[in-house]
Design a protein around this ligand. Structure first.
Ligand code: ZN
Length: 292
């Protein structure tokens, strides 16, 4: 347990009245699989998720397959504005874990924390930049335990770049036309579905960028952004159906993993990165299922 990270997380949790933080994902997913979490983790295993898995699976560390659906910028503020979409996500998952993000609340800083369990001052990305992270990540922990991991994302995005140089298969999809991120997101999603069907990996990380992209361009509540929130909820539901069909025999977990929220910056644009509840509070949703 890294105390420097823990101190950062504790203070943010207190400030925002959240029991959990986004740095809890790595230790929690490691616990589910019975894999030792990196020593630099400052997050904690979320007890209600661990308890549910231990109960359904008849012991600790028995999860065999997982999909982490990383929907950029779909935080608590978005849940309030798109209640139907988030009701679907919550219905699929069962568990909603209200969590505080980290500062500055921008993508590489936040996903850096999510997949290391460490605060930005420990994982090293403290502003909008995308170097390869040097400390141990969830992916190193899984590789060391002999698990097969794939990360599927659009070319050059944070998730595509900051976790490189590990024993991970990286699938990086390009925009068909400039500004056409929908196509890259769709490819990441369809290949994730295919890998569930073909049972190729123990852990799949599927990134979706386009709500964030549309929020910046048109505002967080614009029809363009709303369409992407709806699509994220539908994709999450589809992943559940695919996992239930093709991975029915496995103990499994599906998690909805946003990095931060977002707020209007003027009448027609949105942004994030600030120390505001709209940017800093997110929900991570966990679905835990036993194999039959
Ligand atoms: Zn982001």
């Amino acid at each position: 347990m890294d105390l420097e990270s823990k101190e950062v997380f504790d203070s943010l949790q207190k400030k925002y009245g959240c029991r959990y933080c986004i740095g809890d994902l790595t230790p929690t997913v490691c616990h589910l699989f019975g894999v030792p979490a990196p020593e630099t983790c400052g997050g904690e295993v979320i007890p209600e998720i661990a308890d549910q898995a231990d109960k359904l699976m008849g012991g600790e560390g028995r999860t065999q397959r997982a999909v982490l659906f990383c929907a950029d910028a779909l935080g608590e503020n978005q849940r309030r504005h798109f209640p139907e979409d988030f009701a679907l996500i919550e219905k699929v998952a069962g568990f909603r874990i209200r969590s505080v993000s980290v500062m500055p609340s921008v993508t590489p800083v936040c996903y850096g924390t999510i997949f290391t369990g460490a605060a930005p001052c420990v994982h090293g990305i403290q502003k909008y930049e995308k170097p390869v992270i040097k400390i141990k990540t969830l992916f190193d922990a899984f590789a060391a335990a002999g698990k097969n991991v794939a990360v599927l994302a659009c070319n050059g995005c944070s998730i595509d770049t900051i976790f490189r140089q590990r024993k991970v298969d990286y699938y990086s999809f390009h925009e068909n036309r400039p500004g056409e991120l929908t196509a890259a997101d769709g490819q990441a999603f369809e290949f994730t579905r295919r890998f569930i069907r073909e049972d190729r990996y123990d852990l799949l990380v599927c990134y979706m960028t386009n709500y964030d992209h549309q929020m910046h361009l048109h505002g967080p509540y614009s029809p363009e952004a709303a369409e992407q929130a709806r699509l994220a909820a539908r994709r999450f539901k589809q992943l559940q159906e695919d996992m239930d069909e093709y991975w029915a025999k496995y103990n499994r977990a599906l998690v909805f993993v946003p990095d931060h929220g977002g707020h209007p910056t003027d009448e027609t644009h949105g942004g994030h990165g600030s120390d505001l509840p709209e940017d800093m509070i997110v929900n991570h949703y966990y679905r835990i299922c036993e194999g039959r």
